[in-house]
Design a protein around this ligand. Sequence first.
Ligand SMILES: [Zn+2]
Length: 279
Amino acid sequence: MKLKKHIEEAKKGKWALGQFNFSTLEQLKGIVKAAKDSEVSVILGTSRGESEFVGLKEAVALRDALRKDYPEIYLNLDHGRDLDWVEKAIEAGYDMVHFDGSDLPIEENIKKTKKVVKMAEGKALVEGEVGKVGGSSSVHKGAPEEQKDLTSVETLVKFISETAVDLCAFSIGNVHGVYTDMPELDFNRLTEMNKRLETGLVLHGGSGLKAEDVKRAIQEGVVKVNVNTELRKVWRDEVERALKSEPEEITPYKLFSNLSEVVRKKTEEKINIFYENNL
Ligand SMILES: [Zn+2]
């Protein structure tokens, strides 16, 4: 599978694929335009809520339509927690599914992740998760709650060898969302994980992190970085600006003519960090 090859190339070349989440057409078009302009492969993410809002089949159809113009786009189900929904995404034609069993006791996480790997065999790649990435994909004041469930290196090694996932998400203090006080990341833990593993690691909570921290994580084996909150924020700001500046306008394409452009710009900013060694 081509996506698997890209992940291996990323690991060798010390760059990372960006996963950019969407739930509207303007976001999707902005992300794909940025990828096309920079000539990089990107992963389009939809969380459970986003994939319900768009529709699993509809998300696949949109990917396919956009692939005719630019083939290097892949679709991932982000934080699938329910096996039925994960299976539906695989059957609909998603390229990758992230099974998040990080809330479960490790043995159960392993058992369920193995089921997903079997379900996805020959159809989709699988991302697992060990250790809890807290927070939520919004803009928050202050600092996140202290992250207690950081990934244990031993547990991660065991999880990956038993499940044979293609990628794995971890926690070194990274959180979803943007905080006015962003947490410090435990890089020693990441270095230790990377020494012990061949499998590529996924950094969740890419929004709000300093570019140097993201670059450092990529040097330490991260091959995919997920971004959602920062794209949501520019989307919202532009919606507000447009509504205020054109209070009488009711034609969506006139009102929101700049919406995909703000998303494109933010995505490009991230691409320049993640793919620095591949541009
Ligand atoms: Zn996440």
